[in-house]
Design a protein around this ligand. Sequence first.
Ligand SMILES: Cc1cc2nc3c(=O)[nH]c(=O)nc-3n(C[C@H](O)[C@H](O)[C@H](O)COP(=O)(O)OP(=O)(O)OC[C@H]3O[C@@H](n4cnc5c(N)ncnc54)[C@H](O)[C@@H]3O)c2cc1C
Length: 418
Amino acid sequence: MASRERVVLIGGGLTTARAAESLRQSGFDGEVVVLAEERRLPYERPPLSKGYLTGADAAGVVYPHDAAWYRANDIDVRRGVRAAALDTSAHTVTTAGADAADETLRYDRLLLATGSSPRRFTGPGAGLRGVHTLRRLPDSTRLRTAFRSGDRRVVVVGGGWIGLETAAAARGYGNDVTVLARGEVPLASAIGPELGAMFLGLHEEHGVDMRMGTGVASLTGEGGRVTGVVLGTGEEIPADLVLFGIGATPNTELAASAGLTVDDGIVTDAGFRTSADDVFAAGDVANSWNPRLGHWLRVEHWANALNGGQLVGRAIAGERVVYDDIPYFFTDQYDLGMEYSGYGELAADAEVVVRGDLAGRECIAFWLADERVVAGMNVNVWDVNEAVQRLIRSERVVSREELADPGVPLDALAGDAT
Ligand SMILES: Cc1cc2nc3c(=O)[nH]c(=O)nc-3n(C[C@H](O)[C@H](O)[C@H](O)COP(=O)(O)OP(=O)(O)OC[C@H]3O[C@@H](n4cnc5c(N)ncnc54)[C@H](O)[C@@H]3O)c2cc1C
């Protein structure tokens, strides 16, 4: 009797959770094995710097599916098991885990969704207690426990999304918070100086000491615990806790050692296929061909794991797919919520047009290049992001007057684009 086909999904994030789901929805009835290095079911990370960290949500919110769902769908999730070696010619993967014996599994098709890891500070003092990064659930639990006392001096290094969200959470508990960041305003490389300035003002109003244009030279400590951050200028900022939010790098080691093409992520075509037969990659780790931009694009956002994960499951089930979603992300900080859709690189030199009240932080910002919208961001305005995406996709010529006028419906500007 022929053995059942086997798909192996490597990774314990949202990408594998969604791929497993869509494999079954696509009618795939072979074996599905998930190898997840962390000792938990696949989970999503946005709550780690938002609701879970602020204390609003319990840890359970991070799981798209519970254990009963995986059982009911006949998906074998092996927690605490790392894929240690991949042999693409033999179609095998060898595991390593603390609790289970190492095993070599045959696969028919395989997904690499190994995600990314936070960049770490490597200068003097890096190994002191009280120095954190934020990627995994236990990282967030440690921060949340420390923040709860409300009397800590917290220094956040990095003015990106994770740094700012963590700063907001720490302030929410009443801690004393300083953010150290490069440039004149935070987030300038992601959303430009005008909108970056809005986030600068937001944090200053909430009592965060925003130190722009600063870099860290070293950390000081006493008895093995961090006590301060020394800036490039020599100034020392006292600290009980330091969080480094200085970006992430894709986990490509397994793919690279198997000889797959890797270049800032695992290189794939627009249908998630890597350079090895029957091996797919998606989520943070994939650098996928983007038909709209005409080059490869690696996206480190939740929606890319959500929708890319869903689509790669269909691809693994045998469907020909093309992934061309417009990059989308969101943030929640204090009472500000926002969503952004668009192509950052096209927006870099574009004109910003605002509809609504930027100073009051209730608006939609559009990035207009060659009279076309290439990105849009709604701030404390809801149920418009799909229309913003339609507008981007339509590539229609629009005027700045129409964009700025709240009386002109966005759908009318997008025409009948879907
Ligand atoms: C704190 C935080 C907040 C965020 N907030 C937002 C947000 O508000 N909006 C937004 O758009 N995006 C946000 N993101 C980004 C988003 O979470 C990521 O884009 C998403 O997690 C990517 O999912 P993934 O499945 O590709 O990878 P990951 O979530 O990184 O999961 C990869 C998993 O694979 C495991 N793994 C790695 N190597 C192996 C191996 N060899 N064998 C087995 N398992 C392995 C890892 O341990 C990990 O569990 C946030 C990220 C973080 C860390």
